[in-house]
Design a protein around this ligand. Structure first.
Ligand SMILES: NC(=O)c1ccc[n+]([C@@H]2O[C@H](COP(=O)([O-])OP(=O)(O)OC[C@H]3O[C@@H](n4cnc5c(N)ncnc54)[C@H](O)[C@@H]3O)[C@@H](O)[C@H]2O)c1
Length: 392
């Protein structure tokens, strides 16, 4: 039997118009592997800018929409086999829920950026809709896509560190060290506005990545936490600095920091996981290296692309070792996972878990519950039990 070349998938994008940040990163990442092409969109919050953005991206007029509602309506009018295979949502967080819920409910596969939605109730509703419709829903916790993060995950799973005792995750940035939102900066504007960002600032924007990274690499479930959130730049309504202690099921302890007021720092995400036999350290600003401090021998520096890495890490690289890979490739790895799952689903086969390696709607929902729990802990100044809705 001859194998058929798989059809190139087609995706629509909501958000990511002119002047936006992350939409272009998603498009570059998807283009990297050529598995899917941009076929439709509603790229901006105003109709004129939405249409102009789509035209600049080469989207044909019939598929270029002034609003996401128009996109949905037009897609639903097409025969099922002519609809897009996935809808990518890269708008500010306040619009994630209505858009994601509408497309998922209509049977579309969705990829949404983090944090998933504003409230725990919205998160639970979305999880229920996706389960009912049986659609695919990925959340772009892009740090899970780095080869050396996948290597760290495998080393924890395989017991290389022994039982995990301590996890320290820090996500430090400096770009909100001044009141940038008062200067007209678009990205700072909505992130510091409770109406648009929700109940959390730095905690939601980058603390959600930190929570997801810990969960992905260690597999540990948070049992309790105590958080101290603050707005250290005067006049800010939402936290720009978050510190937290974590207690995990099984006894491990953790520290999580998410802060955007560290003047001079760029994107300093770092993770340290210590077990009975050793410690792993990974830093996003040097993502091609994973440091393994062994309790029984010299420290090893593992590098991306080396033949002795686990299969998940090797598959997540594209070029030989020594040529740095980074942010866009990690996003592309999340997309590879989503597209593999979409392909397997439409072929009626189960996807190989190594291929369909991407964060799901349940991971996004856990992140939203985590944010709510930390905000409550900080305002009540006490430890809170963390209820992960996905925990069985
Ligand atoms: N995974 C990551 O590393 C990462 C990094 C940055 C941002 N993000 C997330 O991506 C999302 C977007 O962030 P950003 O920094 O790119 O924001 P941005 O403000 O730069 O861009 C948002 C875009 O969405 C458009 N938009 C807003 N409302 C819309 C609507 N109703 N319909 C269509 N388009 C609409 C805006 O016009 C703009 O083009 C947020 O959820 C953010 O948390 C994730």
């Amino acid at each position: 039997m001859t194998e058929q070349t798989p059809r190139r998938l087609r995706y629509a994008m909501v958000g990511g118009g002119q002047g936006a940040f992350i939409g272009a990163v998603h498009r570059h990442a998807i283009a990297l592997d050529g598995l899917a092409e941009l076929a439709a969109g509603a790229f901006s919050s105003t109709p004129e800018r939405a249409l102009a953005s789509g035209r600049a991206l080469g989207v044909p007029d019939a598929h270029n929409h002034a609003s996401w509602q128009g996109l949905l309506e037009a897609e639903l009018k097409r025969p099922a086999d002519e609809r897009v295979d996935a809808v990518v949502i890269v708008t500010p967080t306040d619009s994630h829920f209505p858009i994601a819920q509408a497309f998922a409910d209509a049977g579309f596969n969705v990829v949404c950026d983090k944090p998933l939605v504003h409230t725990a109730e919205q998160a639970d509703a979305l999880v229920a809709t996706v389960a009912e419709r049986g659609t695919i829903f990925g959340v772009t916790y892009n740090y899970t896509g780095y080869p050396m993060v996948r290597q760290a995950r495998e080393m924890v799973r395989s017991g290389a560190l022994g039982a995990i005792r301590k996890v320290v995750v820090e996500y430090n940035q400096g770009w909100l060290a001044t009141a940038l939102e008062t200067t007209g900066n678009k990205q700072a504007g909505w992130r510091t506005d409770p109406a648009r960002s929700g109940i959390a600032g730095a905690l939601g924007d980058i603390g959600s990545h930190a929570e997801n990274l810990v969960s992905t690499v260690t597999g540990l479930a948070i049992e309790e936490l105590v958080a101290d959130l603050g707005a250290l730049v005067p006049g800010r309504a939402l936290d720009d600095d978050a510190s937290m202690l974590l207690r995990f099921m099984g006894g491990a302890r953790g520290v999580l920091v998410a802060s955007q007021i560290n003047a001079g720092l760029e994107n300093d995400l770092r993770l340290r996981v210590s077990g009975e036999h050793g410690t792993l350290e990974w830093r996003q600003e040097e993502p091609n290296r994973l440091v393994h401090h062994r309790g029984d021998g010299p420290t090893q520096i593992l590098t991306r692309g080396a033949p002795w890495l686990c299969e998940a890490a090797r598959r997540a690289g594209r070029i030989p070792p020594g040529h740095p890979e980074g942010f866009i490739e990690a996003f592309a790895n999340v997309y590879r996972g989503v597209f593999a799952d979409i392909r397997a689903r439409s072929a009626g086969t189960g996807a190989d878990p190594l291929d369909a390696d991407y964060p799901r709607v349940t991971d996004g929902a856990r992140g939203v519950h985590f944010i709510a729990c930390a905000v409550a802990s900080s305002s009540e100044r006490r430890w809170r039990r963390f209820e992960d809705p996905g925990r069985v």
